[in-house]
Ligand binder design. Sequence first.
Ligand code: ADP
Ligand code: ZN
Length: 721
Amino acid sequence: MNRVRCLVFNAALGPLDYRVPDNMTVEYGSIVVAPLGPRQIIGIVWEEERLPTDPVPENKLRPILEVLPVPPLRPELRRLIEWTANYYCAPLTSVARMVISSGGALRGPATITEYRLSGGLPERMTPKREQAMGALEGEQATIRELAELADVSDGVLRGLVNQGVLEPVVVDCDRPYPRADDAHATVELNEQQTAVARQLAEAVQSRKFAPYLLDGVTGSGKTETYFEPMAAALRMGRQVLVLLPEIALTEAFLRRFEDRFGAPPIVWHSSLKSTERRRAWRAIASGQAQVVVGARSALFLPYANLGLIVVDEAHEISFKQDEGVRYNARDVAVMRARFEKIPVVLASATPALESLQMAESGIYERLDLPSRYGGAQLPEIRIVNLTEEPPERGRWLAPSLTRELFVRLERGEQSLLFLNRRGYAPLTLCRNCGFRFQCTNCSAWLVEHRFSKRLACHHCGHEEKPPLNCPECGEPECLVACGPGVERIADEVAEILPDARVAVATSDTLNTPEKAAEFVAQAEAKAIDVIVGTQLVTKGFHFPELTLVGVVDADLGLEGGDLRAAERTYQQVAQVAGRAGRGAKPGTVLIQTRHPEAPVIEALAAGDRDAFYDAETEARRHAGAPPFGRWAAIIVSSEDETEAREAARAIGGTAPHLQDIAILGPAPAPMALLRGRYRYRLLVNARRSAQVQDVIRDWLAKLDLPRTVRVSIDIDPYSFV
Ligand code: ADP
Ligand code: ZN
């Protein structure tokens, strides 16, 4: 090739053509540095016909400056980038950026200088130095990363370097990872597991696209089972990607993986240090990385030789990204498997209705693990009708639930209370004048957090200290907390069971992999009697001594009534119930509700999953909702309310009139103010056959809106706020 077309990392520019100097070889997928005016930009060499633009005459072409020393992006990945951009109405460059997610990985030098404490002391101790030295015990990283860890400025650390308190260490950035051994410690699978494992291993060997829904009850051993096709892929020298919905689950997975394969997998998530990121990216691109476990962003990495994808807890809504490129990793995982011609396993005890429907229609093959491993029984489920058996005034746990908690403590067994609300109380108001604390940037109440003594907005992160007097009427000591969060439930447990050791498990308390690991270790060592947690503890965890689960408010998820409210409630309660009785002792689940007659509660009580899914499927079919029809949301926002409203009206005014597409709105979004931007929303409801993306693209392209207005398109939305 002597001229090439590049996809460049600047969304404002289209594709650009360049000349290839005589002494340079490039191919499709090569990552190159090219001139743009006086600057240099990074681009990916792309097939010309797939990236149409006005051709530049030969004599105007500028030369490529450099081909970066990484393998070219494979055509399978280039097709995935195109598909994702097209399906989710996102710029190609934004999707490509998710692939090139480590700038450092593209560059040559393979060493970096990191720093660690040398054991020496500074000539003069200052509070900042002391803070840094305390925080950096056992750490080794670049100055900037250490500064972040210790929450001090770079300057403080440079001072410590000059005094020899921090010493430099030269590290090879690309040192290879330890090898996983497919035969390290094999487990004997039971009959059901063996049948499933064998079928999946054969699918890996046949190198064909094959999507599976692994539908196994909680505790059936889905992980042990999918370890076998992973081992098959390793034997073939191929890579495996495991997607998990939360970083907090990674620790438990790491341990089990290491027990089975003798070496840890490679971890990928957004809080990796830049050196870890670079090392992982390069090992993935070169093929040295064997098994990668990660959050959804791991899906777009440049695997050299992918042989299998597993999406664990595939029903989880955190696989849907709600900013930037708004994609659903579960769906994109299936597409990636299709382009790579490999199997993909969606594992869950409570599959998404969409996935079940795909299995129903024969597109996914369904594999069942219908019983718990080792003869453990599914827990007994009981409904606590709060209208008949209310908690005492100012409390949230009904007498029968507190009795059960008491019994578990007596027996030395563990309990788990589930409430999907972080903090102490979701609303604070003034007893005197009724003033309610609201976020200044969002249409949301501020949530009281007692541990950290602050009022916080869960949408934008805004925080303030709770005042002593009401800011409205000035009355002292008049603020009351309304409603419970997990911290308040923990207080209640401490009052009822003063001897119990209570742990709160939320994204506030388990916000790093280390803290999550510590929590798991404590729970396993029986150093915790009662866990009070949010959805974070509903899945993945396996505590054999946990025999009681209490669902504090099963009605909470049904409020707001979005499309998936009932499904989500079913999944959360069934998953958290699945934490009970996983060992030798049977489990009991108490579900507190004011609506025992709601179909989802009845189905949970009866343990009748099929009845729930059947009813839900019919409701969705009737409403033309996914998977029978499709939704898309168009959110129009601006810092200026009038501007947002007018832009939304302009969009609504030019809405196309089509047979198979209905457009609702514009209307103020339920979150009418979010992070300081006023928001209006249009909803598009289409038949499955409609070309929704094309329609939306054509429609919006005709409008000329002020630059201060942001229009985001959410295809197959999960969030309706
Ligand atoms: P799931 O993911 O389906 O909820 P897990 O994979 O966590 O189930 O398995 C539940 C528990 O049973 C785990 O402690 C796991 O190690 C154990 N287990 C499952 N299958 C086997 C097996 N074949 N041999 C030994 N232990 C097993
Ligand atoms: Zn806010």
